[in-house]
Design a protein around this ligand. Structure first.
Ligand code: MN
Length: 575
């Protein structure tokens, strides 16, 4: 069956590579040609495109959408919608959500790719209903991640749930580029078994595997793949449109898209490169497998680096990289995507630099522990939840259901400020009150793209991960080495305890720690299960090699360790 293609050049590609700074005037000259190509859809709108337009470009995002619509009469236009967060960072009330979607449809969006950072369907349902109501196409989205609580079967079940809620198609959103060809094949096969809806694969070249994974997906029966024109492809962006189409030419999956026309469009985008070159960060342009080693997406890694640099603590990056999985485990393994990647990342930094774990917490983390982001994939760590949220209980209802309607008040406020000129302005204001006020008053100046000579050298320097760094684990300093061999992963603190400590309980295999089934102070007998490990997709139990009392637990849930690394210390009384 012919393969369908969604082109992301006007949304995700420039968001991933140049901080979403492409101007509407650089898009419009090529939209008619894009419209002739025969794409399934053109992704042109989303959270960052909306925000950046009004904050930095002095452009009205609604005008951009309308202008593209006028030139693209035959192709579906697509947007990425952050579920109840719409194109912002918090949950908006249902009346704002409904009005936003009504106006998005009115101005030209056909396909709404709807996701939630926690994969909490309750945060997606109202948006899905509104899109149906206004005649749009609902693409129910799975935010792909890996953790001890995520599985192929779980994602396939989610696809079925999304179908039951009225999705017209399903998207696998691999925002961090984690999918390998083998896993992609399994995932696509499992989802296609559960639902007959068209299935889209959205991945990023971050780890370098995406083109191979796309091929595997097509062989396994995926219907749509997301690509970007060559000039804005690779790096942390999507695989190149031209190459993908060429790869399947004259096969049963031939897209039917004309390569000559694609080449012409590709040449146009290439002419934009000199203008935007200063915005391409070198570290986004080469594949990096660090996301696979640390489970930290590329965009989040550069955020961590800049946060630490701001606090003059870049030398503590190693500790933060070790802390991120701990925080993520405590939060119930959320996928790391906006806004959870920020919530987790900032807390990990605080845990390292602010004098003790959870000694300082952000409002976001507190809100998170109070359930205001929704239900995490796994239960949160109860001890830490109580520490952070205090006596505040955790809500277990859909977070937006406790919000009062806010549209009329926002409209009235905007009217009072004298900034309401068209109906869309009320929504722009409701989403981003401070920035929208400035923008709608005409006080935003278009940011200037620096010429290469103006760039300070530090901005151009790639981020180098330290090959070795010191990690402080409960007061003990360990040297941690990053191994460059896939599968060997990171040498952990536990490595240093190999065979050393008396009473050490080593892991018989390398892999991920699924769970520690004992607590400090527990008495265990020889052969008792003390931990569960996952390796090669098989779950394995670790048994106590001798009787004793658990004195110390070294490994943590979600940690990837090597065979022989020490999980815990169990010694007899008096030892
Ligand atoms: Mn993406």
């Amino acid at each position: 069956m012919a393969l369908l293609v969604t082109d992301t050049t006007l949304r995700d590609a420039h968001q991933s590579l140049l901080a979403t700074r492409m101007r509407t005037r650089d898009m419009l000259p090529i939209v008619e040609k894009l419209d002739q190509a025969g794409f399934f859809s053109l992704e042109v709108w989303g959270g960052a495109t909306f925000d950046v337009c009004i904050r930095f470009l002095n452009e009205d995002p609604w005008d951009r959408l309308k202008a593209i619509r006028e030139k693209a009469k035959n192709t579906r236009l697509q947007m990425l919608l952050r579920g109840q967060n719409l194109v912002g960072y918090r949950h908006y009330a249902d009346d704002v959500l409904r009005e936003f979607i009504r106006l998005a449809v009115k101005n030209g969006v056909d396909v709404f790719r709807i996701f939630d950072a926690l994969n909490d369907l309750r945060n997606m349902e109202p948006a899905m209903r509104a899109v149906k109501e206004f005649g749009g196409h609902v693409q129910g989205t799975i935010s792909y991640t890996t953790s001890p609580v995520h599985s192929i079967e779980g994602f396939a079940d989610m696809a079925l749930e999304l179908e039951k809620l009225g999705s017209d198609s399903i998207c696998i959103k691999d925002m961090a580029g984690l999918l390998s060809p083998g896993v992609t094949s399994e995932l696509v096969t499992a989802i296609k078994k559960k639902t007959s809806l068209p299935l889209d694969l959205h991945s990023h070249c971050s780890s370098g595997m995406a083109p191979m994974s796309y091929h595997a997906a097509v062989m396994a029966g995926v219907d749509i793949v997301d690509t970007a024109f060559s000039a804005f492809s690779w790096g942390t962006s999507q695989p190149p449109t031209e190459s993908l189409v060429a790869a399947f030419k004259d096969t049963p999956y031939d897209t039917g898209i004309d390569l000559g026309l694609l080449n012409e469009i590709g040449e146009y985008f290439a002419t934009l490169i000199p203008k935007y070159r200063p915005l391409f960060a070198p570290e986004t342009m080469r594949p990096s497998i660090s996301a696979l080693l640390h489970q930290i997406p590329g965009g989040m890694l550069s955020n961590l680096v800049s946060q630490l640099r701001e606090q003059d603590s870049l030398n503590r990056l190693g500790e933060v990289l070790q802390e991120v999985p701990r925080v993520r485990a405590a939060l119930g393994y959320p996928p790391l995507v906006t806004p959870t990647s920020q919530v987790v990342g900032i807390q990990a930094v605080m845990n390292v630099v602010a004098g003790g774990r959870y000694a300082k917490v952000t409002k976001e983390v507190k809100d998170y522990f109070m359930g205001l982001y929704g239900r995490p994939p796994a239960p949160m760590n109860e001890e830490i939840r109580q520490l952070v949220a205090g006596s505040n209980g955790t809500i277990d209802v859909r977070p937006a259901s406790i919000l009062e309607p806010e549209l009329e008040k926002m409209r009235a406020d905007a009217d009072k400020l004298g900034i309401l000129h068209k109906e869309e302005d009320a929504i722009t204001y409701a989403l981003y009150p401070q920035v929208a006020t400035k923008f709608l008053r005409g006080e935003i100046k278009e940011e200037v793209i620096p010429s290469p000579a103006q760039l300070p050298p530090s901005e151009a320097a790639p981020i180098e991960l330290p090959a070795e760094f010191a990690v402080d684990v409960d007061g003990e300093i360990f040297n941690v080495k990053i191994s460059s061999v896939l599968g060997k992963t990171v040498e952990t603190a536990a490595t240093k305890r190999r065979n050393g400590a008396k009473g050490a309980v080593p892991s018989p295999i390398g892999g991920m720690v699924l769970g520690i089934t004992v607590k400090i102070g527990d008495t265990v007998k020889t052969g008792e299960v003390v931990a569960r490990m996952e390796a090669m997709k098989m779950e394995t139990e670790v048994h106590a090699p001798h009787d004793g009392v658990v004195r110390e637990i070294i490994a943590y849930e979600g940690e990837v360790i090597n065979s022989g690394d020490v999980l815990m210390v169990v010694t007899a009384d008096g030892e």
